[in-house]
Design a protein around this ligand. Structure first.
Ligand code: NAD
Length: 264
């Protein structure tokens, strides 16, 4: 039997947080490899980064603005994705937000925001898409974006680390619960990847560790065993494999894409 590790011809993918960074890189790679892609992010109108993709792939790329933390908007997003492309085969649950503060100062407001987007929205997006896949007897693939921050705690990053540990745990439970429907669920655990998120991450570390702007970002890149911050495309290549038939027998796993930072 021939199976492809890269070909997504005719597959329909829904990608959250697609306006930049890792989500945009996954959307581009999926489109290059024949997928039809529903891109979604906060803004109501497609941001510039996405407009270019929609122009390059007018039949295969479509954008809908949606706050993934709003359950009603998510219901419409999933319905519109299915009715636009007449299928929904792959979910890339990528949208997330970051924050940090010393454990003695980390706030309830920050906890609520991070858990609402990184965990609650991710879980219910996964549940709603899985129900769509079950209804249509789709052998679907769900890919959740975790983080090396979910592998161990960090003194300044308690809320974010906890949300990403929850992503790894929900990935495992959902994979076991959905296996009987031939739906696989896996997660990707990036290390430090050079995306727009790092502007905020670097500025927050600068504030609490009394660093110059850019110093933290440079230091984390240099400390990676492979010697540099990853590029979004280097995460997208694993998302391509996990969305392909080549990954049919893989479920409940979390894969590191981190230049050697974490060994597990
Ligand atoms: N960049 C890294 O070093 C790194 C490391 C580990 C994990 N990650 C994870 O990878 C994923 C992508 O991160 P990135 O670095 O590309 O970040 P990013 O900030 O560039 O992209 C995240 C996207 O999610 C969107 N988003 C946030 N909240 C949303 C909401 N409520 N509704 C809809 N869209 C929303 C943002 O608008 C943004 O476009 C995230 O899950 C992040 O936690 C990133």
């Amino acid at each position: 039997m021939q199976i492809s590790n890269q070909n997504l011809n005719g597959k329909v993918a829904l990608i959250t947080g697609a306006a930049g960074g890792i989500g945009l890189a996954i959307a581009s790679l999926y489109l290059i490899n024949g997928a039809k892609v529903m891109l979604t992010d906060y803004p109501k109108k497609p941001p510039h980064s996405i407009l270019a993709l929609v122009q390059d792939y007018p039949s295969n790329a479509f954008y809908i603005g949606c706050d993934v933390a709003n359950a009603q908007s998510v219901d419409s997003l999933i319905e519109e994705t299915y009715s636009h492309f007449k299928a929904l085969d792959i979910l890339v649950n990528n949208a997330a937000v970051f924050d940090l503060a010393p454990i003695t100062e980390a706030t309830e407001e920050s906890f609520d925001r991070l858990f609402s987007i990184n965990v609650k929205a991710l879980f219910f997006m996964m549940q709603k898409v899985a129900n769509n896949m079950i209804e249509h007897e789709t052998k679907g693939k769900i890919i959740n974006m975790a983080s090396q921050a979910g592998r161990r705690g960090e003194a300044l990053v308690s809320h974010y680390c906890a949300t990403k540990a929850a992503v790894i745990s929900y990935t495992q439970s959902a994979a076991l619960g959905l296996a009987k429907y031939n739906i696989t669920v896996n997660a990707i655990s990036p290390g430090v990847i050079d995306t727009p998120m790092w502007k905020e991450v670097d500025a927050l570390f600068a504030k609490y560790e009394h660093l110059e702007i850019g110093e933290k970002k440079r230091a984390v890149g240099e400390s990676v065993p492979l010697g540099y911050m990853g590029r979004p495309e280097e995460v997208a290549s694993l998302a391509l494999f996990l969305g392909s038939e080549g990954a049919n027998y893989i479920t409940a796993q979390t894969y590191n894409v981190d230049g050697g930072n974490v060994m597990s």
